[in-house]
Design a protein around this ligand. Structure first.
Ligand code: ITT
Ligand code: NA
Length: 197
């Protein structure tokens, strides 16, 4: 049994590999296929973009495919960066510049009003079939400076109240146990036996 994770984001790819490792499934990602071009994310929701990516790659590779569309929703910024999280600071994907832009836009906003959540929609698609989606969320607060250097993306500024630390101060296993992606993968693995067979 094999599944292709339709991502080129190395941070996401590592988390998928870790969270799928207990399962009897071979996991590949698009990092194994550098020649494959990006699927254009023309949707306006996580759901639409996850489906676009999963269906295009399943069609191209003729293999069971999972795509992840995710992002950070900050209440004080009216939901920004949202579906534009990967390119918030410009046309290139740049985690450091994205964090700098969030910190700048939140200057002066008190901690109690810096509420935010990560959202993850996963779409799973068999070749030439319609995708099925699941979602996961993770609540937190945006700090005024970075803490920790694990993880990827906005993890260093995403504070988990119960844990008294950021997602970037957790191991991959610890993050996976509470993260938006971990929760969505958990839901997906419960559907997987039906889908794979
Ligand atoms: P693929 O489309 O190739 O999967 P991408 O990075 O472009 O890679 P998205 O369009 O879903 O993927 O953008 C997600 C962005 O949201 C990602 O680049 C991060 O900036 C942020 N993000 C998502 N999950 C995150 C997490 O667990 N920790 C920190 N930031 C995250
Ligand atoms: Na996206």
């Amino acid at each position: 049994k094999e599944v292709l994770i339709a991502t080129k984001n190395p941070g996401k790819a590592r988390e998928f590999e870790a969270l799928f490792s207990p399962l009897d499934i071979t996991v590949k990602t698009l990092l194994d296929y550098p020649e494959v071009g990006d699927v254009e994310e023309t949707g306006t929701t996580f759901e639409e973009n996850a489906i676009l990516k999963a269906e295009a790659i399943a069609k191209q590779f003729q293999v069971l495919t999972i795509a992840d569309d995710s992002g950070l929703i900050i209440d004080a910024l009216n939901g920004e960066p949202g579906v534009y999280s990967a390119r918030y600071a410009g046309t290139e994907k740049n985690d450091e510049k994205n964090i700098d832009k969030v910190l700048k836009n939140l200057l002066g906003v008190p901690f109690s009003q810096r509420t935010a959540r990560f959202h993850c929609t996963l779409a799973i698609c068999k070749p030439d079939e319609e995708a099925i989606t699941v979602t996961g969320k993770c609540e937190g607060l945006i700090l005024t400076q970075r803490m920790g250097d694990e993880g990827f993306g906005y993890d260093p500024i995403f504070w988990i109240r119960d844990q008294k630390r950021t997602l970037a101060q957790m191991s991959r296993e610890e993050k996976g146990a509470i993260s938006h992606r971990g929760q969505a993968i958990h839901k997906l693995t419960q559907l997987l036996p039906e889908i794979v067979n």
